[in-house]
Design a binder for this molecule. Structure first.
Ligand SMILES: [Ca+2]
Ligand SMILES: [Ca+2]
Length: 224
């Protein structure tokens, strides 16, 4: 389905998959507060990676800490399925897949995950955490949790999320509530997207046996 979101002067049109649907204003629900929910929303307008930009959202990860799961990803991809690309539910956040079993995953891609549930196969810490992912693989060697083993994102609050890309020095900078939570260099156009500089962007999310309402609100896309 196709929806138009308006946030201040900014507007963006999104297509949705699965349980994702508009909540009013500039927000799109990704998962229901129910087991085994998965939702994905993509902007119909591609990101142009040859230009510098910053894109900003508010994200909501739910209100249940011990009983909540699984998290969301902000994804940029060039998967052949285009606006119908999806990954696997549960610990794969609608982004990745159990590769050894060939389950659905989104690739080529990069993603920022906001993970609210510990899965040993993904090398997750006990705490909620943010991590940089590539090509539909959820496992990560490093993560950010504010150096706090009890850090919790399922606090019934909106959190400000900004993703900044600079193609000149290939630097990615991610802010959560105005803290830098990831910074790294990756030549997205050449090393990930096979020289393509126009890519699809959006959010994926899922739940498993444990669950939370999860959604995002689009704030702005600024060309820098
Ligand atoms: Ca997890
Ligand atoms: Ca938590």
């Amino acid at each position: 389905m196709l929806f138009l979101l308006v946030a201040g002067w900014a507007q963006a049109q999104f297509v949705t998959i699965g349980d994702a649907e508009p909540m009013g204003g500039s927000c799109i629900k990704l998962t229901n507060d129910q087991p085994f929910s998965e939702g994905i929303a993509y902007s119909t307008e591609r990101l142009i990676l040859s230009s510098q930009f910053e894109i900003e959202f508010d994200i909501y990860l739910g209100d249940k800490n011990e009983l909540g799961a699984d998290g969301i990803t902000f994804v940029i991809h060039n998967d052949v399925r285009g606006f119908e690309a999806f990954g696997t539910f549960g610990e794969f956040l609608g982004y990745g897949g159990r590769n050894s079993f060939g389950s659905a995953h989104i690739s080529p891609s990069v993603a920022i995950e906001f993970d609210t549930y510990q899965n040993f196969w993904q090398n997750d810490p006990w705490s909620d955490h943010v991590a940089f992912l590539e090509n539909g693989i959820n496992s990560h060697s490093s993560y950010w949790n504010n150096n706090n083993d009890d850090w919790n994102l399922e606090d019934d609050q909106l959190h400000s999320f900004r993703f900044r890309w600079n193609p000149i020095n290939t630097q990615i900078t991610v802010y959560l509530d105005d803290f830098v939570v990831f910074q790294g260099k990756r030549d997205l156009i050449n090393d990930i997207f096979n020289s393509q500089d126009q890519v699809i962007w959006g959010f994926t999310a899922s739940t498993g046996r444990k669950h939370n309402l999860q959604y995002f609100c689009f704030r702005r896309l600024a060309r820098l």
